[in-house]
Design a protein around this ligand. Structure first.
Ligand code: MN
Length: 239
């Protein structure tokens, strides 16, 4: 691909949201600021950079998980309706959605009713990922190809995973598959989403996050945990 081609874009993300109402971050593309942000955590151990990995759990109109991988200065995002499975024979549908800002990786809280994605969100898992495709492509190259082999170092998810676009030839096709590769972290007898339902940050369940109030105030106070009383009502309504 041409070096200058824009691979990340937050306009769609920003246009869908009213930042006066939602506690979600507005965000910006921060590739250039990577050094400023600091992040010893992103130091490379081998040739490969450690990039941010997040799996949100999101009780919007339909409960789903959101897989987010830092690629090209934003979080590339996929909605995974059934969440991850540690069983390599179980391939989960992952619908590509709009790029989210890197800051979204630390977002946990309640999107108010009437707004895009209304409902509570927890950081179900987070950590880092590295591109492990053969031939050592950059993460962006592997992403464009629609075939990512990713090594995840999360608190819950670990080891090698695949994320592949179902129609490899069509970059605009949003349907991908997310599944575990066979390694020592693969398990066929454990539902990780049931076994470990809580946020790795607040240690709260999505139901607990959904039970509090005033998202904006909470955001200012804590920076992370945002809660909203109206939420129980919303979730019922959205069902
Ligand atoms: Mn979502």
């Amino acid at each position: 691909m041409p070096a200058k081609k824009k691979i990340s874009e937050l306009k769609t993300y920003q246009n869908k949201r009213d930042f006066k109402a939602t506690p979600e971050p507005r965000g910006r593309i921060i590739e250039k600021n990577r050094k400023k942000l600091g992040t010893n955590i992103r130091k490379s151990t081998n040739r490969q950079k450690k990039l941010l990995f997040v799996m949100h759990k999101h009780a919007a109109s339909h409960l789903h998980y959101d897989l987010r991988l830092e690629i090209g200065g934003t979080l590339k995002s996929w909605a995974v309706p059934k969440g991850p499975s540690l069983d390599p024979s179980v391939k989960r549908l992952a619908m590509h959605v709009e790029d989210h800002p890197i800051e979204y990786g630390s977002f946990e809280g309640v999107i108010p009713k009437g707004h895009y994605g209304a409902g509570p969100v927890i950081i179900w898992d987070t950590g880092f990922w590295q591109c492990e495709n053969e031939g050592d492509p950059t993460p962006i190259e592997a992403y464009i190809k629609g075939d990512l082999t990713i090594k995840i170092e999360g608190k819950k998810l670990k080891g090698l995973w695949k994320l592949i676009r179902m129609k490899k030839s069509n970059q605009k096709d949003n349907s991908w598959l997310f599944f575990k590769k066979n390694d020592k972290y693969a398990k066929t007898d454990l539902d990780i989403t049931e076994k470990k339902p809580k946020s790795v940050v607040s240690k709260l369940t999505i139901e607990q996050i959904g039970g509090n109030e005033n998202p904006i105030k909470q955001r200012k106070k804590s920076g992370i945990v945002i809660i909203n009383k109206e939420n129980k009502r919303n979730r019922k309504r959205n069902k």
